[in-house]
Ligand binder design. Structure first.
Ligand code: PLP
Length: 437
């Protein structure tokens, strides 16, 4: 990995316009090898655990080649790429435990999937919304560790982010009592509660809401249950006890999840999965004359993905997932996901044994800790930030940081199929050495 600061395009040559007036000819492969590929961000390395950044698969290369050769537009029409995307959506639906009436659309990632899901929730609650816009004072309920994808979706959908009621959490899960009282309070004040957003795998500490409890409340209160399962939805493929974390996810009205995180496929590839196809079509389907279908021919085919989301022109994201499943099989993913959970637990044990402190229990694949709890809060924060940056710049080891209980701490999210236990041992020793140097 080369430092982006030294990238040839950081300060483009003065004669840029002239340089690109004519092509540079046949040395594209060597230009890619010297001026492009070395400047990656390091997330294909086995010790990259920062943020929630996926590691990418060798099958992505084949998918990229085949996809470029085909250049499919998967917005509609009758061709193979549409059928493949339907198969990938259906495979995922079964893994999540949703019924056959569910539908979905592949998107860039969970951020967009959240917008699509909550728009479907809005149209179900307000059937005239598409024609007349929104006058109701809608509210959304989420645990206080919810990812800001929900906030952005509320802003984009015209609710404003104050409509997202942040509910207190107990042991990382939304408090059911607090949720119920907030819903009652809002109703009494003239708001219209719309949806509960459950989190399967919180971005900071990897905690899970009790999705069965949320599904019960959603059904009692006639609310839409959306689950942000960006990475944590994939605990469905893990062995116990981790699989149990996402129990109840199949009862959601919608799930947003990413293949590009914990299914390890290359960027970008997320999914909006909606429990009832009718809800998804009600929110998005529209066929002007220039998109009219037919019984046969290229404009045939009964499901066009332009009727399931925002995009009309769309690339073939399903191919990456299909290549991965075709090559490795779902069991390989179960093994890798289970191993990542065990590795996060191992990191927690090793860090504790070295006198460091966990800032939250390790429940899934995320480990957050402070390197030297003997220091003051401010000194710990400063030291943890410095350790993260030093390791990022000087070794292949990448932690990110987050703030828990006022302390900026080191955070590892294991969504990396290349990580082996020896990398965990080595990284904890690196942190220990820096903390005591
Ligand atoms: C990454 C993440 C998101 C956003 O997903 P993108 O694919 O980056 O758009 C939302 N929620 C959680 C929990 C995440 O980890």
């Amino acid at each position: 990995m080369k430092d982006a600061e030294s990238h040839p395009w950081k300060s483009p040559p003065a004669d840029l316009e002239e340089t690109y007036a004519i092509g540079q000819g046949g040395d594209l492969v060597s230009r890619l090898a010297t001026d492009v590929i070395p400047y990656h961000s390091g997330n294909t390395h086995p010790k990259f655990w920062g943020w929630v950044v996926g590691s990418g698969l060798p099958t992505d290369i084949m998918a990229g080649l085949a996809g470029a050769v085909m250049n499919s537009n998967v917005g509609g029409r009758n061709h193979g790429a549409n059928a493949m995307e339907r198969a990938v959506v259906d495979w995922t639906r079964q893994k999540m435990g949703m019924g056959p009436q569910a539908s979905g659309v592949l998107v860039t990632g969970t951020s967009q999937a959240t917008v699509i899901s909550l728009q479907a929730a809005k149209v179900r609650a307000l059937p005239h919304l598409r024609a007349d816009g929104n006058e109701a004072k809608l509210t959304i309920y989420a645990g206080n560790g919810v990812h800001n994808a929900t906030r952005k979706a509320a802003e984009l959908l015209g609710l404003g982010h104050n409509a997202v009621r942040l509910i207190s959490t107990e042991n990382g899960a939304m408090s059911i009592d607090a949720l119920q009282s907030q819903i009652e309070l809002d109703r009494s004040e003239g708001f219209t509660p719309l949806a509960i957003v459950g989190t399967a795998g919180s971005v900071d500490i990897g905690s899970f809401d009790d999705l069965n409890a949320l599904a019960d409340i959603a059904s009692e209160q006639s609310l839409w249950l959306h689950v942000d399962g960006a990475f944590g939805a994939w605990t469905r493929l893990a062995d116990d006890p981790w699989r149990g974390l996402s129990d109840g996810i199949g009862r959601a009205d919608s799930i947003a999840l990413d293949f590009h995180k914990w299914m390890y496929v290359g960027y970008d590839c997320g999914l909006a999965l909606i429990a009832r196809e009718a809800d998804q079509r009600a929110a998005f389907a529209v066929r002007p004359p220039y998109l009219e279908g037919s019984d046969t021919g290229l404009s045939g085919g009964d499901r066009w993905f332009c009727d399931y989301g925002i995009d009309l022109s769309r690339g073939n994201r399903a191919l990456k997932v299909w290549c991965a499943l075709e090559m490795f099989g779902a069991r390989a993913f179960s093994t890798a996901i289970t191993r990542n959970c065990a590795q996060a637990a191992l990191m927690g044990e090793l860090a504790t044994a070295r006198g460091m402190s966990l800032m939250a229990p390790v429940v899934s694949n995320v480990c957050v800790f402070t390197a030297n709890p003997a220091l003051s809060v401010d000194e710990q924060s400063k030291q943890n930030s410095e350790i993260a940056i030093k390791l990022q710049l000087e070794s292949g080891t990448v932690f990110s940081t987050t703030i828990v209980n006022g302390v900026t701490c080191l955070r590892a999210a294991l969504v990396n199929h290349r990580t082996r236990d020896r990398h965990i041992y080595a990284a904890v020793e690196e942190v220990y050495a820096l903390a005591h140097s």
